[in-house]
Design a protein around this ligand. Structure first.
Ligand code: IMP
Ligand code: MG
Length: 188
């Protein structure tokens, strides 16, 4: 595992993102909609840098299963959301990979009548997009590697790291071996 973005680099990136959001926002309130669970840290750091009024809601999405590093079936749950009709909304996620999570959530918020829907991602992986959608605010473009830390997990672990690290193939192989029960002993 090797460090891709230090805590200081992330902090500077969130400063830039918050400044961009402040420049873009319209008078009145902004509703930040964070995508659980990976956006926990970016949402917490971003909203503390916003000057104007803000409300926060969370939705839940998952496209990864266990020790897989490729997306599985996308599951999105928006049942925690209040009525957002007529509101200015900013959807915040940890990473834009294929883009399918963001596409699904943005589409649903528009269907529910939000007046304006913007999107912000901390990270965007190069050359992975499968949808015709560009996030309005991007913190960092990163190579196509599996990353953890600052909210991002591998099989539930590493979300608490204050930096972003890339997993090496050896890390993934070791985790998979640990997660797989050993084959039955044929002598028994
Ligand atoms: P997308 O729908 O393919 O854009 O995937 C977005 C979601 O997949 C993110 O919100 C993350 O939860 C997860 N994800 C994508 N790439 C990574 C990664 O490199 N590390 C950890 N999670 C990832
Ligand atoms: Mg996520």
């Amino acid at each position: 595992m090797h460090v891709l973005l230090t805590a200081a680099e992330l902090a500077a990136g969130v400063d830039r993102l918050a400044a961009g959001v402040e420049r873009d926002r319209r008078p009145g309130g902004l509703v930040v909609v964070g995508v659980l669970t990976g956006s926990l840290l970016i949402v917490a750091d971003l909203i503390r840098r916003l000057a104007g009024p803000v409300r926060v809601n969370m939705v839940w999405a998952s496209s990864y299963r266990g020790t897989a590093t490729a997306p599985g079936a996308l599951e999105v749950r928006l049942d925690l959301l209040p009525d957002l009709a007529g509101q200015d909304v900013l959807v915040v996620d940890d990473i834009f990979d294929t883009g399918r999570t963001l596409e699904a959530i943005l589409g649903e918020l528009r269907r529910r009548g939000a007046a304006r829907v913007r999107s912000l991602v901390l990270l965007r992986k190069q050359g992975r997009a499968e949808v015709d959608l560009t996030p309005d605010f991007v913190g960092f473009d990163i190579p196509d590697v599996f990353v953890v830390g600052y909210g991002l997990d591998f099989d539930g672990a590493y979300r608490h790291l204050d930096h972003v690290a890339a997993l090496d193939e050896a890390d993934v192989a070791a985790a998979r071996a640990a997660a797989t029960p050993p084959p039955p002993d044929p002598r028994r």
